[in-house]
Ligand binder design. Structure first.
Ligand code: BES
Ligand code: ZN
Length: 918
């Protein structure tokens, strides 16, 4: 995928992260993945079995208190768990404890005596004949973190121990009721070699520490807040630390610490600043105050996801902590700010109020994504943030909702929970939360949040509880809103406007339908808040009146029928309607706006999102016409003029340059292919059409682009918002210019690469060169390697840029890179960068001879034995195979079948592959 500098930059980051429709999906920051829908019929008798929401049953035993005792060793680790168990009724029956096959059971004791009345099965143990009143259960296990390549449970990253327990990793440590509705008070003792592991951390407060003899030492941590096991964390290692403090709104002092390897201590300042801003914002906006005296963040290099909100001991993928201007891009800085905030915000939305079961995941993730989006909007440009979030939703979530993995934000079943950390749960979930705000207003939303905490603090609850709090706090009836939780699929909404000059009315005729998705053949209409404005001939918003009531300049239509009509009165002159302002509902919108209307809105709409959207609608229409027409490509002058106008806006003194950079972007190939008919997509044709548009615009606007580059080239790096925006715009222009086949452009790009004093500029130039078969590309890559080979995070960018290149026959290059010292298949970031980067290339992943598909399948098969989560994220690049033209779809299908036939296939990969083939 060749792209503007801006887009390419995003890709470089995205491929190191998470997971969307394709592993290299254009997500700047999150690692959320593809997923699964209604249960696939198991292929064989012993195929993994789905878990159903309808089977939920309350736990029969409460765990009032848990004492964990870890003896960390080089060969293995001994874990002793002492649990205060409280039966919830007189005949509570058997007690099932989850436990992975890798856990060695040493012994079980009940009230001090050996206990043998248990049965072990592949997923855990069942204890029977237990006392009918409260008792003490002791379980001793032995585990081997050194051999744990799945990076779930307790494992080693480099020389250090760390944990990842969400969703179901705790069962790889000990036998436990590993379900979020079992909340307990944890105390953790850690004993380890003092020289190798000077730092020993767990959740809560340090209550004891000392020498343990034999060169060992210990710490004891107590977390006073009851929590599910998925929020447990432990870290042991040799780590440096930076410290700061935060004084809360009631004057309490909180110590803030970030732990990293000693040589990275100079790269933590931005994460610390982001944390402090987040704490303040949550107080100011939601009245939520931190609830302990200590908050720790630890960065580790080997981490499946982006970051994890363990109570008071957040663990982060190091790429979301470490940053200096020289080594991290502006996009990295923004991602760090957002993710630090996200994990911090979970302290209330996730930890204090948690999920009853994993089907409720969006309760915490959708809500917390909404909160981090709002935080980032307040810290930066609100309009640009919203545009980026919607672009991501469309690029990754809409395709998921339209494919074999479509599922509602509250799914009905899953095989492997890891597969359900999806863009649907996260991003569509956040849109659903945002719609409450749109419907109830900012104050109404806050009232709902307050009631939610008042009712449910300390509980494990459901999305229904959240819905009820929002309704009850506002006396609102939102019953037609509920299908957002249970129905998959992106609603199609059509809005046609018409002006009646005689009556001075403007009427909007709306209709909606929700498409069928796997397992859901019938759908009902759902409440879509549609924010509309009417822009008068003078370019100004009109005051709106409907049914005699005034609506200011933006009305929110509560559209919850299959069809409805809304009429504004007193409309003095023919307006252009601005529909779905700020993207007020996650729907696919069709309107009867003309090209002239769109050009008018691009110039005049007071809503930044719709100003951008008008241009995107024009560009999308153009690209789709080119792809579908079969005629030689031509470029309408109207589009070139519109783009020239956008670019010239950069000269205005108050120009929002980051917005302009966004407005210049031509919709990506993934987004475009979603509009083409199933079974017809030819990635080469989509690539060619988009390339034509980029190249033509670059040719015709060359002088303007070059002038913009010159006008926005700062002599020296600065991290001020205006400088960041100028950098974004400049690099977007360099990305455009790279489409020109002109040696002087390559030379200019290389010069800028060599002179760049910050990673944003370096990467943008490198990326602009990466698709060009020119000597500068090779020189720049070599110089970059020489300068940064010591820094694994920067090397990930280097890997991703090369694998994402659209130079033909790049697979051989990727294979060679897999053997280089910069790569390590056990490190998720490296896989996401190198392999994920390749999956973003129409030219090479989708090579007509199927070589890209075969290569990916080889990698998935290799990864499957090491790390099921990473393997299933990678295999997701195949899930939309049916949308491609026959040759490619057959080739992709064949690879899916080959993967399915692998003996001992992980449940993670099985679920994605079997549902894709279904
Ligand atoms: N709770 C998740 C981390 C997680 C996800 C753990 C899946 C285990 C399985 C965390 O809060 C999260 O959502 N992290 C995101 C980043 C965030 C900004 C959306 C991630 O890791 O990508
Ligand atoms: Zn989260």
């Amino acid at each position: 995928m060749r792209a503007t500098g801006l887009r390419a930059m995003h890709r470089a980051v995205a491929s190191m992260t998470l997971h969307s429709g394709t592993p290299s999906g254009a997500r700047g920051q999150r690692c959320v993945r593809s997923a699964a829908s209604a249960a696939a019929a198991p292929a064989t008798e012993n195929a993994p079995k789905p878990i159903y929401l309808k089977d939920y049953a309350k736990p029969q035993y409460a765990f009032a208190k848990v004492d964990l005792d870890f003896a960390l060793g080089e060969a293995s680790t001994a874990v002793k768990s002492t649990i205060r168990v409280e039966p919830q009724s007189a005949n509570a029956g058997d007690l099932f404890l989850h436990g992975d096959e890798s856990v060695e059971l040493v012994q079980i004791m009940v009230d001090g005596g050996a206990f043998t009345s248990y049965k072990r099965s592949p997923k855990g143990i069942t204890l029977s004949g237990l006392p009918q009143s409260a008792f003490e259960l002791v379980i001793e296990t032995r585990i081997k973190p050194q051999e744990n390549t799945a990076l779930e449970g307790l494992y080693k990253s480099g020389k250090n121990f760390c944990t990842q327990c969400e969703a179901e990793g705790f069962r790889r440590i000990t036998f436990y009721q590993d379900r979020p509705d079992v909340m307990s008070i944890f105390t953790t003792k850690i004993t380890a070699d003092k020289a190798k592991y000077p730092v020993l951390l767990s959740n809560g407060n340090l209550i004891d520490s000392g020498d343990a003899g034999d060169g060992k030492h210990f710490t004891v941590w107590e977390d006073p807040w009851a929590k599910p096991a998925y929020l447990f964390a432990l870290v042991a290692g040799e780590l440096g630390m930076i410290e700061d403090k935060f004084t809360t709104m009631t004057g309490k002092n909180v110590t803030l610490r970030i732990f990293v390897e000693e040589h990275n201590l100079d790269k933590c300042e931005h994460a610390m600043t982001s944390l402090i801003k987040s704490m303040k914002w949550d107080e100011d906006v939601f009245g939520l105050e931190y609830d302990l005296e200590l908050f720790n963040i630890v960065a580790v290099d080997d981490f499946n996801m982006g970051a994890m909100e363990n109570k008071s001991l957040n663990i982060f993928n190091s790429r979301l902590v470490l940053a200096t201007p020289e080594s991290a891009t502006d996009a990295d800085y923004a991602a760090i700010e957002g993710v630090v905030a996200h994990e911090y915000f979970h302290n209330y939305t996730g930890n204090r109020v948690t999920c009853r079961d994993w089907f409720q995941l969006s309760l915490k993730e959708g809500l917390t994504v909404y909160r981090d989006q709002e935080f980032s909007a307040d810290m930066n440009s609100r309009g640009v943030k919203r545009i980026g979030d919607v672009a991501r939703l469309r690029m990754s979530q809409f395709p998921q909702d339209n494919g074999p993995m479509a599922h509602p934000i509250r799914p009905e079943s899953y095989i492997k929970m890891d597969n359900f950390y999806t863009v649907t749960i996260y991003e569509k979930g956040a849109e659903v939360v945002r719609m409450y705000e749109t419907l109830l207003g900012k104050d109404g939303f806050r009232k709902g949040m307050d009631l939610y905490f008042e009712r449910h603090d300390g509980q494990a609850v459901t999305t229904e509880d959240f819905f009820n709090a929002m309704c009850d706090a506002n006396g609102a009836d939102l019953s037609s809103f509920k299908p957002w939780y249970s129905q998959a699929g992106t609603p199609n909404v059509t809005v046609d406007g018409s002006y009646d000059a005689a009556a001075k009315t403007f009427t909007l005729k709306c209709s909606q339908n929700v498409p069928k998705t796997p397992g859901q053949d019938t759908k009902i209409p759902v409440m879509c808040p549609i924010a509309v404005g009417l822009v008068g001939p003078d370019g100004k918003d009109m005051e709106l009146t409907m049914d005699g009531a005034s609506h200011g300049t933006t009305a929110v239509l509560r559209f919850d029928q299959a069809e409805a009509t809304y009429t504004f009165t007193g409309v003095a002159a023919k307006p252009v309607p601005s529909i779905l302002r700020n993207f007020s509902a996650p729907v696919k919108l069709t309107t009867n706006l003309t090209e002239d209307d769109l050009v008018f809105l691009m110039a005049n709409d007071s809503d930044a999102f719709n100003r951008w959207e008008a241009g995107q609608t024009l560009l999308r229409g153009l690209c789709l016409n080119l792809i579908k027409s079969g005629e030689p490509f031509t470029m309408p002058a109207s589009i070139t003029d519109a783009m020239r106008k956008i670019l010239s806006g950069a000269k205005a003194p108050d120009a929002d340059k980051a917005f302009i950079a966004r407005a210049m972007m031509v919709p990506g190939e993934g987004e475009l292919s979603e509009f083409l008919e199933q079974g017809t997509v030819d990635p080469a044709a989509v690539y060619a059409a988009r390339k034509f548009v980029m190249t033509t615009l670059a040719t015709e606007l060359r002088a303007d682009l070059e002038a913009t580059v010159a006008a926005n080239s700062a002599a020296k790096y600065s991290n001020e918002p205006a400088d960041r925006a100028a950098r974004t715009l400049k690099n977007a222009c360099i990305g455009y210019l790279s489409y020109l086949d002109a040696p002087e452009i390559a030379a200019m790009t290389y010069e800028r690469f060599a002179a760049a004093d910050n990673m944003t500029d370096k990467i943008s130039c490198l990326s602009a060169l990466s698709g060009k078969d020119c000597p500068e590309r090779v020189t720049a890559l070599d110089e970059f390697y020489a300068a940064w080979k010591h820094d694994p995070l920067v090397m990930n960018k280097w890997l991703g840029i090369q694998s994402g290149s659209s130079l033909p026959n790049n697979i051989a290059n990727v294979k060679a890179l897999m053997k280089s010292s910069a790569f390590d298949i056990k490190n998720p970031n490296k896989v996401y960068s190198l392999i994920g980067g390749l999956c973003g290339s129409s030219v090479n992943f989708h090579a007509a001879d199927g070589s890209g598909y075969e290569f990916l399948a080889d990698v998935v098969i290799q990864l499957d034995d090491l790390n099921g989560q990473v393997a299933s994220r990678m295999v997701s690049a195949f899930t939309r195979w049916k949308k491609y033209e026959p040759t490619r779809s057959a080739a992709m299908k064949a690879q899916l079948e080959r993967i399915l036939a692998k003996p001992g296939l992980s449940e993670n990969v099985f679920e994605i592959v079997s549902k894709s083939l279904d």
